[in-house]
Design a binder for this molecule. Structure first.
Ligand code: GLN
Length: 486
């Protein structure tokens, strides 16, 4: 059940919040109080937020109310009640990555994406639960307990950005930031029935995003509608002197052309994504969703992306290799918790033993193994080569089509606890999202009907590198045509 926000009975959106503030129908303080109350009412059962930041939220609200009182222009996202995944650094606010090892860590700076949203008027409500260090697809790997899916309380919200998705779906935020390394924005968006976007690698600065796998990590928004995703993308995208991998490619106005007709656009449907393992109810919804795009005038081409079957293995070698290197910094010396020991090595061992959860340890071991002498060529180097082939599949497809359309996940939200004992089954469910992650292309998940049990299905749309505008346009057309109800 989704809570209905009180904006004359309608859901708040970025535009309606800003208009209500400008028209003095509500003050930013009242709006903030309303969202704090909603969080208080629902967070105990959902566990979507790990920490709240009321002082910072009210400070921003007072600033905005001051602008209104003085009759000054409001910034573009004025009053947006925002939730931020707990792997994004927030100055002075505890940032744990849902790990014990960072349980008391307060970053001295803000992530660029957070800073840009606040500068545009967003109100930071708090930090959201996730899989520990973003490693997972169900949110069950959080050291602080799982998140429940607000659409079906006995089910997972997806992961790793499960708290961000649940917060938005339950009306405890109007939008949220998540991070996507192998599907962690798109898949929870699909499980909770909201649109969610992974930008091109390098489109949004990673400064302040606590690293899991640096060549894959991206910051992306989750919201109630595609237009809000476009507004957020326009705010957070663009180069950043603090991140040399943030590309200085000019950021287009994502609202321009958002509502343009999609007639004549060529959509590719890779047959490789409709093979064994795809749930029949999901398949049916996706086929209906693709027909809807065809009714809007899109031209469908079935195509092959032959290296898709290697994507999961490739992803789990590269992601774990990079993670084992990135997580070496948590040694009890520089950040977070320390468990004392008689010798330096003992201190490391005890700190990391107590500070990291089982999945994080598993990945550090896998990654260390893949990078070790004698195995590096056989595993890591081979994976890098296959990654290039997967990227090539995308490049070839984009010679024929404007976008690639697939399911976001082979299954809808599963039951809490259903898959925790089988990590491999959990990894295999990432099959449709990790391909685009490895290729660096942008992708969105947009609601595409519900199964008979009422579980949301997500349609994934991939675009060309830096082609977010096209992806948003297709998703917008799909949403407007009633895609969520197919
Ligand atoms: N489920 C994938 C994993 O466990 C993706 C995680 C992510 O995108 N952060 O690695």
């Amino acid at each position: 059940m989704i809570a209905t926000p009180t904006n004359n009975g309608r859901e708040w959106t970025i535009d309606s919040v800003r208009e209500a503030l400008a028209a003095k129908r509500i003050s930013a303080r009242e709006l903030t109080a309303e969202f704090c109350q909603r969080i208080e009412r629902r967070n105990r059962e959902l566990s979507a937020y790990l920490a709240l930041s009321p002082e910072r939220a009210y400070r921003q609200a007072d600033y905005l109310d001051g602008l209104v009182a003085r009759g000054e222009d409001l910034p573009g996202l004025a009053g947006l009640p925002l939730a931020v995944k707990d792997v994004l650094s927030t100055r002075g606010i505890v940032t744990t990555c849902a790990s014990r090892i960072l349980e008391n860590y307060r970053p001295p700076f803000d992530a660029t994406a957070v800073e840009r949203l606040e500068r545009a008027g967003a109100i930071l409500l708090g930090k959201t639960n996730c899989d520990e260090f973003a490693m997972g697809g169900s949110n069950e790997n959080s050291a602080y307990g799982p998140v429940r899916n607000p659409v079906a309380m006995d089910r997972v919200p997806g992961g790793s950005s499960g708290g961000s998705a649940a917060a938005v779906a339950a009306g405890m935020a109007v939008a949220a930031l998540g991070t996507d390394t192998g599907g962690s924005v798109r898949q929870p968006g699909s499980f909770c029935g909201i649109p969610a976007m992974m930008p091109t690698y390098g489109r949004v600065s990673r400064y302040g995003l606590i690293a899991f796998a640096s060549s894959l990590d991206r910051v992306g928004p989750l919201a109630r509608n595609v237009r809000d995703l476009a507004l957020i993308m326009g705010t957070i995208a663009g180069g950043d002197p603090m991140d040399s991998t943030a590309a200085a490619v000019p950021v287009p106005d994502y609202l321009h052309g958002l509502d343009a007709p999609v007639k004549g656009l060529r959509i590719g449907v890779p047959t490789d994504y409709f093979a064994e393992g795809l749930d029949s109810a999901v398949r049916e919804k996706i086929e209906t969703g693709i027909s809807l795009l065809e009714q809007l005038g899109c031209l469908r081409t079935d195509l092959r992306m032959p290296h898709t079957e290697y994507a999961v293995a490739t992803y789990y070698l590269i992601a774990t290799a990079e993670a084992s290197s990135n997580l070496a910094r948590y040694d009890g010396v520089r950040y977070g918790m320390r468990v004392p020991g008689g010798t330096l090595i003992e201190m490391y061992r005890k700190t990391r033993g107590a500070g990291f959860g089982a999945e994080v340890k598993r990945r550090i071991m896998l990654g260390t193994y893949a990078l070790s002498a004698g195995y590096y060529d056989a595993y890591y180097l081979k994976a890098q080569r296959v990654r290039a082939l997967i990227a090539h599949d995308f490049a070839e497809a984009f010679e024929q089509v404007d976008a690639i359309v697939t399911p976001t996940s082979p299954v809808p939200a599963f039951l809490l606890g259903e898959r925790t004992s089988d990590p491999l089954a959990m990894y295999l469910a990432d099959i449709y999202t990790v391909t685009g992650s490895l290729a660096g292309v942008p992708g969105i998940s947009v609601p595409c009907g519900k199964t008979r049990e009422g579980l949301p299905v997500g349609l994934q749309i991939f675009g060309q590198p830096f082609g977010e505008a096209r992806v948003l346009q297709l998703a917008q057309a799909f949403e407007k045509a009633g895609g969520a109800q197919v």
